[in-house]
Design a protein around this ligand. Structure first.
Ligand code: MG
Length: 164
């Protein structure tokens, strides 16, 4: 049976804790905020979930296996560079990203005003039209799902198409 599918779907999830004094990077965009995200790399939760979605769509090992947080090479790594590596892998496998949809979850920081800029920057990074990039900012209405007042989490779905 051929596994050369015309389309492939992927899903990625990530979460990082908020920390005072850290830069807040989301989708390759620096967001002005009192709290950033803690992590070994720049902790860009949206790009990390996107990377896992891309890898998952191709049934490849996940971001933690590809870029281990025990490797000093990835200390304070710019997640845009990690994304470029993964986009190269997608091309090498004969696919391209058509579309993504995403949800950012936090109760601490108002993200909605920053979505247009994040979408613009992602469109540039990914070389896909802005109307193929969905980004929604959600709170949890006090349900405390994943300690949202102390973290930001991201869920991303992707659709890849085989390149002819
Ligand atoms: Mg992460």
């Amino acid at each position: 049976m051929s596994n050369r599918l015309p389309w492939r779907l992927g899903i990625g999830f990530d979460a990082h804790c908020l920390k005072k004094g850290r830069k807040l990077m989301l989708g390759g965009t620096e967001i002005p905020a009192a709290y950033g995200l803690a992590g070994h790399s720049d902790a860009d939760v949206l790009l990390h979930a996107l990377i896992d979605g891309l890898l998952g769509a191709l049934a490849l090992p996940d971001i933690g296996q590809l870029f281990p947080d025990t490797d000093p090479a990835y200390r304070n790594a710019d997640s845009r560079q990690l994304l470029k590596t993964v986009l190269r892998m997608v091309r090498q496998k004969g696919y391209r990203l058509l579309q993504l949809d995403s949800i950012l979850v936090t109760d601490r920081t108002k993200l909605a005003p920053h979505i247009p800029e994040i979408r613009q920057n992602l469109a540039c990074l990914l070389k896909v039209p802005e109307n193929c990039i969905g980004i929604k900012a959600k709170t949890t209405e006090g349900t405390r799902l994943a300690l949202p007042e102390k973290s930001i989490s991201a869920l991303v779905t992707v659709l890849l198409a085989a390149v002819k």
